[in-house]
Design a protein around this ligand. Sequence first.
Ligand SMILES: [Fe+2]
Ligand SMILES: [Fe+2]
Length: 278
Amino acid sequence: MKIGSPEHRDTFCKHFMQTYTEFDPDTLPWPNLDEAALNRLKSVPFWEEVFYTERRAGAIVAEFVKTLQDPVMKEAVALQGFEEARHAKLIRVMIEKYGIDAAERPLEDVSDNVETRFKDFGFGECMDSFLGFGVFKIAMQSEFLPKEMFTIFETLMYEETRHIVFFVNWMAWREAQRGRGAAWLRAATSLWFYARAIGRLAGTIRRGAKVNDGTDFSATQAGVFLEGFTFRRFLENCYGENARRMKEFDDGLLRPSFLPKLGAVALSSLRLWSFRTS
Ligand SMILES: [Fe+2]
Ligand SMILES: [Fe+2]
């Protein structure tokens, strides 16, 4: 299948539409939490950021849909926009249900440079998801919250995985449409967008550290999560979970490859280094 062909477009759009899951955040089986679990949930320092990010995602995708002509593409991107808005609703329901302290920050205007915004957002999602896979696995292993909560979050993780697979295929398709489909050119473009995404992530972490004074999470409820936490273990989980989740997708689809490759190189270096030092 030629990347950028109508057949490629149909394959990744159809896959995206067919893997949709119906649910309503209001009627999910939200568990009752005991005091310890509730405190742990409330101590997570990034709910406000997640809430903002999901609302912003919904707004960006909704703007982008308006610019699309191709009916197949428009339908698929509209579904992604719907799912992002539903993620925001899910987070809102959780915040209200458990009394989490996370304000609803006003959204920035996202109506200009819509395609670039969609690309920045897409590459950001690829990065957030890769890192999120590792955090999710470690949090689940350490029983940071009851498993009913992880079952709910799993719905969200699966949708984000579908989004990034859809996005990398869309990106390759779009670049081919613009005559920029050569593999080296696509790799260079991705590198440029990933560099921007890393810059934004660094900014978010800096701001978050300031807001939380860097102490809240690590000093209070996070012992169970942080116990045995090492950078290497984190990276192994990101890498392993990414591979496991991506295996579920059709072989004909492109998948995000930059961070998994980077992760593999970093892990080999860490292993070599610990082998030498031991
Ligand atoms: Fe989302
Ligand atoms: Fe998403």
